[in-house]
Design a protein around this ligand. Structure first.
Ligand code: GLU
Length: 281
């Protein structure tokens, strides 16, 4: 099977060197195996995303010489490649999961959830959603809907364990009891990252997900969603984040973190690519 990989930045900031490295590894993998490299813009956080950031990310990738086979400007068979233009798909998928009994409507107010969480944390406990809405009768649901109560959709996490073979880390396994029934569609009808990333990876035929280590804890949730949608999951490879000399996540304190700052400072793109490729070789 020819690989289909993707780089899926959220345009809430410029192209960070860590993101550039993840993009580069995906691109190299696609080019090495004659596969397809997809660029997908994850702009569902409308308040924090901007067209300017999208332009900055595309410019940064182009400066590095990373081209994409499907995505903004070039199009492709799975357009649109902007998540904010795919909202109807996420809404349909979430509704379908409710119809199949794999997800349910949640009418809990943010105030109640916050209070419960704070109460648990004050006792030094972690709080996870108490499934109050899983037990609602059809009558109670109809009453909420008639009253126009805001409703989100939560995924019903099944019992059991979820494990996967990470291509970098080896076997990773979690007890599903540690996961809460996470929200997949918010009350404003926008998807959470978990739903949009999984549905798009399914629809775009992604075969391997190569992304930062910071997403490892999300992967079991994603695997459960792939299973609920009845499709095989892609392979996963979580690559390390770029850290500073002090082993802390790279931030302004360490110097320039934006790829374009290096461009402006006169670094040659080949030098940047070479550095990113060899880092952690
Ligand atoms: N939009 C996510 C991010 O920027 C993408 C994560 C992923 O590759 O699944 O972190």
């Amino acid at each position: 099977m020819t690989p289909r990989v993707r780089f899926a930045p959220s345009p809430t900031g410029y192209l960070h060197v860590g993101g550039a490295r993840t993009a580069l590894f995906n691109w190299l993998y696609a080019r090495r195996h004659g596969g397809t490299f997809i660029l997908r813009i994850e702009d569902t956080d409308v308040e924090r995303s901007s067209a300017e950031m999208v332009t900055g990310i595309l410019d940064g990738l182009r400066w590095l010489g990373i081209d994409w086979d499907e995505g903004p400007d070039v199009g492709g068979p799975h357009a649109p490649y902007f998540q904010a233009q795919r909202l109807d798909r996420y809404q349909r998928a979430a509704t379908q999961l409710v119809e199949q009994g794999k997800a349910y409507y949640c009418y809990c107010s943010a105030d109640r959830l916050r209070a419960e969480r704070e109460r648990a944390e004050a006792c030094g406990e972690a709080w996870k959603y108490d499934r109050a809405c899983l037990a609602l009768t059809p009558g109670a649901i109809a009453a909420h809907d008639a009253a126009g109560t805001a409703r989100a959709i939560r995924f019903r996490v099944p019992e059991g364990r979820t494990s996967f073979e990470d291509q970098v880390h080896g076997t990773i396994e979690v007890d599903n009891a540690t996961l809460e029934d996470f929200v997949i569609l918010r009350s404003d009808r926008y998807p959470t990252y978990h739903l949009s990333v999984v549905l798009d990876d399914v629809e775009m035929g992604v075969t391997e997900v190569i992304r930062g280590d910071d997403h490892i804890s999300n992967t079991p949730k994603h695997l459960l969603l792939f299973a609920a949608m009845g499709v095989p999951a892609p392979r996963f490879a979580h690559v390390p984040l770029i850290l500073g000399q002090d082993k802390k996540r790279l931030s302004k304190r360490h110097g320039a973190t934006s790829v374009m700052e290096y461009a402006r400072a006169g670094y040659l793109p080949d030098a940047m690519v070479n550095f990113l490729a060899l880092l952690g070789w």
